[in-house]
Ligand binder design. Sequence first.
Ligand code: AMP
Ligand code: MG
Length: 466
Amino acid sequence: MTFAPQPAIYRPETPILSLGDSFYDAVAPATFPQTRLRFRNDRWAETVGLDGLSDAQWIAHFGRFEPLPGNLEQPLALRYHGHQFRVYNPELGDGRGFLFAQMRDGRDRLMDLGTKGSGQTPWSRFGDGRLTLKGGMREILATEMLEALGVETSKTFSLIETGEALERGDEPSPTRSSVLVRLSHGHIRIGTFQRLAHLKDAEGMKRLVAYTLKHYFGTEAGEDAAAQLLAKVVEKTAVLAPSFIGAGFVHGVLNTDNINVSGESFDYGPWRFTPFYDPAFTAAYFDHQGLYAFGRQAEAVHWDVVQLAVALRLIARAEELVPALEHFAAYYEESLLAALLRRLGVKSRGAVADKAMTGALERALMENSVEIDRFFFDWRGGQLRSETAAARYDSPAFDDLKGALASYGPAVRLDHDYWRDEAPCSMHIDEVEAIWARIDQADDWTALERKVAAIRRMGDAMGGGV
Ligand code: AMP
Ligand code: MG
């Protein structure tokens, strides 16, 4: 379940400093030749009381990284390790980003403003510490679309073009540069815990566990703090993959360093939305084995959470941790039903009926004759919208589903204009490329602006925070 933005006043709070300096490195931001504001997310800036900034102030804070009042005096590159495509890498960490500020939001959650593309850090290895403008634009599109479809995601807060020419081996080079700021419910990754296990830093692990319980789960650490934490993380992350499935989304890089223990989805690189309900659909061209394919995302997240349990073994016995892990499958199943029902906009009829209906739905969609977005658009509220739409569902592949849906009633209103459009709002790769082509070739940002507006309108139609 996602929430609509809740306006708030600016309330800085920097508990990250209580973790101590073995958790991060103070770094300096890059000095950019140019700072051109390309995107500011006032819808979410309002939730942390920063929507009142002038553009000049915005650029000073989110392009030149002048500290926000009462906030971190210096940006902090966070330390972490992680498994990348199942291979342990102890040389990760914020290599092109840092934590810039922390604050409370309108729901009293502790939020981070973190960056991508803000310069080199001790963790850059051979990288330039930069983000391409196209990468920044893609992160806007992914986060806006996921939010509209009801996925808990970080928000793209700001994108500023920085006037450098970047060389990239896998893209036409040189390419334009940018710096992005994201608003997220923390940046504590499974890899943050893995690093402490690798270093055998039991003291640090206890501190991080207590910090995470307190600031992200609102509880004090008890005797069995590690098990307490694992139980919470299992509960949160088991929702992630089902919410991707409901959205038709493939994250692409579900490595342990890209899994936020708060359960929020973040860090969008080679993501794609799959046009069809194709379990084998892969986003990253370098994912040769299809490890993070559309239909394998639950398995990937589960594997990552098991790595958290392995890391927590530093301060807890396996017997204490196993029960929490065993809940993953049940939470997953429950969340998958909820995600599909929400996307369809129908009321639950109990787990047995819901399971039969969503099973029929998945089988029908796997026929690949109708695009995911088109299907959910046509069947919003559980009833076919029109005679013209009916023709698309003539095939016997849809018979079971039609039968199952007959007893389902709408859980949503259908009076928004959006439901009278010709076609659903989608986010397929050719459109992403076309939006980029306008920016790249003509410095024309109107296609992006129009798309963001169309996505937000769909989000409103979907009921936003309902
Ligand atoms: P990601 O795949 O984006 O999650 O990044 C994996 C690791 O590579 C992280 O430690 C990043 O900070 C680092 N990284 C990725 N791109 C760059 C870059 N251009 N410069 C420095 N570090 C990078
Ligand atoms: Mg990452």
